[in-house]
Design a protein around this ligand. Sequence first.
Ligand SMILES: [Cu+2]
Length: 703
Amino acid sequence: MSTEQIISSLPFVGGKKTTPQHPLGPLTAGEITESAKLIKSIWPANTNIQFKSITLQEPKKADLVPFLAAEHAGQSTPTIERRSFVVYYLRNTNKLHEAVVSLSQGKVESNVRLGPNVHSNADGDEIIRVEQIALEDEQVKAEIAKLKLPEGTVVISDPWIYGSDGINDGLFTDNERMFQCFLYVRDPNNASELDSNHYAMPISISPVVSAETMKVTRIDFLPTGADATVKEPGPYKVQPPNEYIPEAQDLRTDVKPLNVVQPEGTSFEVTKFSEQGQSVAWQKWDFKVGFNQREGMVLYDVHYAGRPLFYRLSLSDMNIPYADPRHPYHKKAAFDLGDAGAGIMANNLQLGCDCLGSIYYLSAVLSDDKGEPLEMPNCVCIHEQDAGIGWKHTNYRTGRAAVVRNRELVLQSIITVSNYEYILAFQFNQAGEFMYEVRATGILSTQPIDEGISVPWGTVVHPGVLAAHHQHIFSLRVDPMIDGPLNRVVFDEAHPMPRSDFNPHGVGYTVSETPITTSGGYDLDWDVNRIFKIQNAAVKNPVNGKSVAYKIMAPPFQKMLADKDSFHFKRAEFADHNIYVTSYKDGELYAGGTYTNQSRGGTGVRSFADRKDNVLDDDIVVWVQFGINHVPRIEDFPVMPCEVLKVAFKPVNFFDKNPALDVPQSVQSFNKSTLMGVEHKQEAGTAVVKDGELCCNKESSKL
Ligand SMILES: [Cu+2]
């Protein structure tokens, strides 16, 4: 990122001091308003500012660690200055600025103009306007007219982030911030249905809109055959619709209710640690929850039974590069967090629909393009769920079983990014484990294809509709403090023991542990069962003397397929390794860099790691990548069954035994299950529900 310090003669104007807030508390509506006011005050009164984000500037870790230590010890906390981080354009220009506002002092502390080739995220107001601009353009209308669509047909425009290819060829330059609009029609035979699935009817006209002038600068025509040839738009053949809405289905009638009932309420507690920040305590876990425009949910200061585990956890980035090599699809590579924002796109979650059981909702306040507070109601839901059996053993000699359920606490947020949905969840259990789960759903991004054609970079999911292959690659940022601030990452590998007098049958194997000393990208290797662990080498397990650790159980995925010289590869700096380990630096929060829109690389985690810093027994950050290569199936259309990805973090030699031993037994008197069949041999009174204590007893002791 190149930056240019503005030499401004404009005075910084002092503002009203706001009420002190916890240093990790998300900005309040008042702080957002104050930040915008202070930024406006450094420009002439008639300056039209387009705010891109106004968010908490988190304190330096060196300041925050003593604050949190004092807080945990119940001591008085030091004062930490409240700051906001503001990104804005002078509207209708490419003049992007990044500012830090001291809310404590009521002044703009720094204000830097960024560029060239640094672009900010799209905002909601802008996306709606770009949609309209693309459809109202006279040239676009003239091209649409060539389709000879039936009277009353509605054309829909989906603005996409333009992407980068480094080509500087007149109209084909990505120097300026632009949108590539993909157009569709809504079913002409059901034109009044606003929720009709337009992704089943893509058309080949693709206007490009300048985010600076807000005008159509070019109209691309999409290739629809097996090669890169483009054709003039011709009469459109109306295909049958392919709807996802329930009224278009013949709904099955044999689903009986499955209610989640918690007669005594939930086992978790939510309390405010600041006006907009909430603390959650559940089953020995406690942490703070923040929410911001870019990452959505952020967890801070995560402890289990009072022991520190994670300083900060968040989804840092995601990238979705597409496989179609033809213009303009070759630039299609969404960074949904940096290009738009997981917070700003969060759904308003609905009781009994998105979340079952006894639900606690968190709401947030973000900001809009005018710098005004934007309410984000119910953007996180918190609930418990039953995740099957936690552990069980039956003593076959006595027939006595000991069994507990696995209760999980879930913090869920759902984001809609145009066609697609991601259901993002932190999940905690009673065995000291936590998981990060992504469910990918929603509608495939589609494009037109001539009938009868098949291509190896996509799947035809409906007549005339191609869904190109694409990868979803996520980066979870883990800032650990496993039993203290200085951690290391090690990896275990299992290797066969050489044949010897000791191993004469060639069956032995051993597990070795190797520490990572230098920042870099590292990979899984299933052939040697390579497992990465975050470890505190200074704290030993009292029983076996091993260093306490948490292991990372991340599913394998195919690394980015785009080649190393491609802009996709340069930009998605996290997409080439399962794990990155870096030394902690304030402000290094995003694996693809702070500004991903039309980025060119050099500002993300690969660059952080290239410092080749020491990461052994230091303040480190672990970036965990996971994902899928999404080769669309016809079953993924018109809406995709959830594809579930899960990363788990499990204690290794951290406790001295199974930490879920103290979970009360799973018994009928507590669970109140209902007997539905006559085949069940459980004889009440003789063994099973004795005093409401046990599920099973002696009667059927068989192996
Ligand atoms: Cu996908």
